[in-house]
Each structure stands twice: as C-alpha cells, then as structure tokens.
Design a protein around this ligand. Structure first.
Ligand code: NAD
Length: 364
C-alpha cells in the first residue's frame, strides 16, 4: 500500500464523505462517472471566499475509492491555504481522476472538461501529477475554466518550473534561518521524486554547487535524471530517510513526514514541493519542531505553480510570476520567525496567516 493509503486507513476509518467534508470545512464534492470514456473523477471545492477555486487534476491509480476521496479532500484544502498565503484572489479546489496514467485518453480528458464546465467556473482546473499541459488542450475543448495550457496556445504552460523556483526560494530562506546564510554551496540535499518539479529543482541547485542525492520509485526516471545531470548518488525506491543529508526535499507524493520517517531523519531542514507532506499536521509539525528540524510549510513554498497558472486569469506575464514567486523567500522567513516567537510549528504559523486573510475577507 502506498503512503496515501496508509493515511486513508488512519483518517477515514469509520467516517463518511460528509463527515470528512465538515471536519475539513469543504463546500462541495462532485463525483463524475462516464461509461463511454471510462472516466471516474472527483472534484472537491474547499473554500471560495477569496475567489473561484483553482487546483490541478491528478491522475493516480488509487487502491480504492476512499483513498481517492481522502486525497482530493486534503489536496483541495491545501489549495485554499496556498492561494491565501500567496495573496491570490482564489479559493481552493482539486480534481482527481482514478486510474492508471497509461490508460488516459484524449476523450477522457475532454469528458473531464465537460464536468468542469458544468460547475460554471466555481472550479478552475490545471495539471497535477500524471497530467500534462497537452492534456489540458483536450480539457479546453469543453471548458474555458482551465489553466496551464501550452504557451504556444496562449497559456502559461507547465507550472512545474515555477513551482521548482518557489521551492528553491523556500530552501534558501530555510538555510538563511537555520545557518544564517542562504548560501547552499557544499550542502548535501536529498531530492525524493525526480519528476517535473524534482528535475527542474535539480537545475537550480546545481548552479549552487550542492551535493545532490536523488531518489525515485521509477528506476528509469532516476537513472535518466542521474545521467542527464551527472549525479553520482541516486537510489531506487521510497526508503530514503536513513540517508544523512543537510536538507530533505520531498518532491514525490504526500504524507512522507510521519512518526516513523521523522524518527529516522537526520537532516536539519525539510523543504520540498510535495503537497500534504505532514501525515498529520498537528502531530508531525510538532514532532519536527521538537527534533529541531526546520520545516518549510509545503503549501507556502510550492505555490509558484499556482502563481504561474493564475497569470492566465489575472493577465500578468512570466516575469511578474517570477517576481511574485520570489516573495516566497520573505514569507518563509516571516513564518519561521512567527513560529519561533509563538512556539508553534511552522505549519501552524503558516496556516494562521492564511486563515487570517480568509477571515478578514469574510468580515469585510
Ligand atoms: P511528477 O508526477 O512529475 O513526479 C513525481 C515523481 O515522484 C515521479 O517520478 C514518481 O515516480 C516519483 N515518486 C512517486 N512516489 C515516490 C516515492 N515514494 N519515492 C520516490 N519517488 C516517488 O509530479 P510533479 O509535478 O513533479 O509533482 C511532485 C509533487 O509536487 C506532487 O506532490 C505534486 O502534487 C506537488 N506539486 C506539484 C506542482 C507542479 O507544478 N507540478 C505544484 C505544487 C505541488
């Protein structure tokens, strides 16, 4: 069973979708089923106080339906806080398509576009794990509520490079806070997951002359990336927590920070792109704090991609997206200071800031 599955067992035992929605504060959840294309999808809208919900659609071969529901609920909630802390006028939503990425068809993506369109703009989609900008072309045939379409078609393209740039800003801010300098030269960094974001991040970090160690469950992927970037230290599989590096950078799936993995971690900083890295945000944010490991909140430092796709709606350009993404550095430092002053986890400090903007808007 994968990591998402472990989480599902723990959280959804004896619970219902409506019960989980009310626990996590969701507005609506839609189930989509199309016999012709084989599309089985779920769209969750968490909160639309700041604007229409926006979040990518993920295609994943979930072990069962409740695992998919759990994922879409957690991911859409994260999008609410990501948009809020980044100062964007957007709410949080997310889609998941249940199935093997190898069985994805253009017709299936068109049908997903149909479902998105039926929501009348309350949910705007984009790409996530298992979905590429070219898939968005097919979604766009059926709805205008789509972002992240290829640049040659007038869109902002793949958000992953901007996500990686934001994560790089978050890593540098973490180094500044922990070691008094954002200089990364000579630091050892473990990147878990060498997909779209992980690979872009390698590009940034190599300019800083860091010592890279990479890992992926896909042997083909990790070997290709290691060869392309001349990285000697790489391994295949999910078991990386025993490696002694300065920074652990989760860029695969969520819930990798749990009681067992945190016990094993020897690093000083955790800063990466994956959504929902803390298996349980209340327990594991504090376990990291207690162990003296500085944790850069995921929904803050991985917001570059959202900032980039938002440019398609807000009509700003790539240069502006980059400038907005660079602000992640300052916000991350601010969150670490607040966490220290209030003696709360960095995750809670970030959550507080994000929730405050939503509450202020509700009051106004
Ligand atoms: P991707 O599908 O391109 O890459 C993910 C990689 O992780 C794949 O190579 C996969 O084989 C590997 N992987 C999966 N489980 C693993 C494990 N247990 N150990 C090691 N490797 C594993 O996805 P991506 O777009 O690079 O996104 C990576 C993460 O960042 C996801 O959690 C995603 O939700 C998050 N994220 C992505 C973006 C974006 O712009 N793409 C934005 C925000 C957050």
């Amino acid at each position: 069973m994968n990591q998402v599955g472990n989480y599902e067992e723990k959280i959804l035992h004896n619970s219902s979708v409506l019960g989980d929605m009310s626990k996590l504060g969701h507005e609506s959840v839609y189930f989509c089923n199309d016999k012709r294309t084989g599309l089985k999808a779920i769209i969750a809208i968490h909160n639309t106080v700041l604007g229409p919900s926006l979040g990518g659609v993920r295609m994943w071969n979930y072990n069962n339906e409740s695992e998919a529901i759990n994922d879409v609920l957690r991911l859409s909630r994260g999008m609410t806080y990501k948009a809020s802390i980044s100062g964007l006028n957007l709410g949080g939503g997310k889609g998941v398509i249940i199935g093997d990425q190898n069985n994805k068809t253009n017709e299936m993506m068109e049908k997903f576009g149909d479902f998105v369109n039926q929501l009348g703009g309350r949910y705007i989609t984009a790409e996530d794990v298992g979905i590429s900008p070219s898939d968005m072309i097919h979604v766009k045939k059926k709805t205008n509520h789509v972002t992240g379409i290829p640049e040659d078609l007038g869109g902002s393209g793949d958000p992953s490079p901007m996500t990686a740039y934001g994560v790089y800003m978050g890593i540098k801010a973490s180094a500044e806070f922990k070691w008094g300098s954002s200089e990364l030269k000579g630091k050892s960094i473990m990147i878990q997951g060498t997909g779209k974001v992980g690979e872009s991040l390698i590009g940034y970090l190599q300019n800083d002359d860091v010592e890279l160690h990479i890992s992926d469950i896909s042997e083909e992927r990790v070997v290709n990336v290691a060869n392309k970037y001349n990285i000697e230290k790489f391994n295949i599989g999910a078991d990386i927590y025993k490696y002694d590096t300065d920074i652990y950078c989760p860029c695969a799936l969520g819930a990798t920070l749990n009681s067992k993995s945190i016990d094993m971690l020897e690093c000083s900083i955790v800063a990466g792109a994956a959504n929902n890295q803390l298996e349980d945000e209340k327990i594991h944010g504090y376990q990291l704090l207690k162990k003296g490991i500085l944790y850069a909140p995921d929904f803050l430092i991985n917001s570059g991609g959202l900032i980039n796709v938002y440019s398609e709606i807000a009509n700003y350009n790539n240069h502006e997206s980059r400038i907005r993404t660079e602000k992640i550095f300052d916000t991350t430092l601010k969150i670490f200071s607040q966490s220290e002053q209030k003696n709360v986890s960095s995750h809670d400090a970030a959550l507080f800031l994000a929730e405050k903007r939503i509450l202020d808007k509700q009051k106004s």
